[in-house]
Design a binder for this molecule. Structure first.
Ligand SMILES: [Zn+2]
Length: 412
């Protein structure tokens, strides 16, 4: 049962969502004042005045969704189709992307960042973490543009920014100093990239990343595509450094492909280390053989969040931007069909990112940020398997998307 507090008698609200069905199946009235949920009322409770009331007719209401990993500055949705050109290695794609950037310096908002934000909000995402390239071509230019974009969208979206060394750190001389400058400019976290596969020096790379985090009092989010023993050793090293630095709860390993190759013994050992250190795993639920064993990690207590990663960019032409669609990819990938298994897929896009990334309200409760999304559905499992778009998105207390007039049939 969703906890409810006794609403302040007679307290007015700006926006009221009446006849809502919560995820646990109970009915409620949701009162919103400013950008916060002011009260959850039982359907028969007295109703003080409301500035505006929207009757949801029993629609399912969930907290706004969180996307734990995107690349706003890479997205090319604003440009004509660009065929995927790069060979399969990370190094080859980095080279292709740099060639593209040198040839076409297009403002990031027009290149695709703005279109991506619109699509994400339309799918019910109200909080996101974006990585922003810091390398010898972009220097701090992308960061400046994305910080500007964040300010312009602040009334609708919570956006965390990671200063991301896309070309590595040790082999790309200006990057270490630029990461330091990026954290002073307003980046929230420091990133990292394949300490072994790109920089060829696990400890040297991690030394720089952890020193920056400690110096600036910020969190860490490291891209780790490295597989095999190098990847597994790096995961263990990140966990032990996090514990030593007292950075528990502030460190995320994105992708962690090596976990897909771990045997049961290694997985248990690493899960214990990650849990002890307070390190989260972020997955885009990739195809192929690289997807970490998400249900098994959940059973071992490791916090797993989902993210979109690449959207029509030099890395991947894919255009799945909705987190409900991302949850459905996990259901498909791991052959999850029962209602309980499907309903649990809401955690990596709501409560878990709120707890371990500081993204999103995670819940609908008095005092929580008023990011809410509504669906015509019999429950969370239906929303996920049908990859539904919300009929209503309330972001920071205001109606951001309203599709009620066309909401009787779920989106394909
Ligand atoms: Zn990424």
């Amino acid at each position: 049962m969703t906890p409810r507090t006794e609403p302040h008698a007679g307290a007015p609200c700006d926006l009221r969502l009446s006849d809502a069905t919560l995820a646990d199946g109970s009915r409620a009235i949701v009162d919103i004042l400013g950008d916060r949920v002011a009260a959850l009322r039982d359907p028969g409770a007295p109703r003080p005045p409301a500035g505006r009331t929207i009757d949801l007719g029993g629609a399912l209401v969930l907290p706004g969704l969180s996307d734990g990993h995107v690349h706003l500055d890479k997205c090319l949705l604003g440009l004509p189709w660009r065929p995927h050109a790069a060979a399969g290695s990370v190094r080859a794609i980095i080279a292709d992307e740099k060639a593209f950037r040198r040839a076409a310096r297009i403002p990031l908002a027009a290149q695709g960042a703005e279109a991506l934000l619109e699509r994400m909000l339309g799918g019910g995402t109200t909080s996101l973490r974006t990585h922003v390239d810091i390398d010898d071509v972009t220097r701090l230019d992308h960061l400046a543009q994305i910080l500007d974009l964040r300010a312009r969208w602040a009334d609708r979206l919570q956006i965390q920014v990671v200063a991301f060394p896309q070309s590595g750190i040790l082999g790309c001389p200006p990057v270490a100093a630029d990461l330091d400058a990026a954290l002073r400019m307003g980046a929230d976290l420091v990133g990292g990239l394949d300490p072994v596969g790109i920089d060829g020096d696990r400890d040297g790379h991690l030394d720089v990343v952890f020193a920056l985090a400690e110096r600036h009092g910020r969190g860490i989010d490291i891209h780790l595509h490295d597989g095999g023993a190098a990847g597994l050793d790096t995961i263990a090293a990140i966990a032990s450094r996090t514990e030593a630095a007292g950075l528990g709860g502030q460190v995320t390993i994105s992708h962690a492909f090596a976990l897909a190759e771990a045997d049961d013994l290694d997985l248990g050992r690493l899960a214990e280390a990650l849990n002890r250190a307070g390190v989260a795993i972020l997955s885009s639920v990739p195809g192929g053989r690289r997807c970490p064993p998400i249900p098994r990690l959940r059973d071992l207590g490791v916090p797993v969040c989902f993210g979109t990663d690449n959207v029509r960019d030099c890395w991947n032409p894919a255009t799945v931007t909705s987190m409900m669609a991302r949850a459905q990819l996990a259901a498909y990938r791991f052959d999850l069909r029962g209602d309980a298994d499907l309903a649990r897929l809401l955690d990596p896009i709501t409560v878990t990112p709120a707890r371990v990334l500081g993204l999103g309200p995670g819940v609908i409760a008095p005092g929580a940020r008023a990011d809410l999304i509504a669906f015509v559905a019999g429950g969370v499992p239906q929303v996920i398997v049908e990859r539904q778009e919300p009929m209503l998105v309330v972001a920071r207390g205001a109606v951001a998307i309203d599709r009620r007039a066309a909401s009787t049939v779920p989106a394909p």
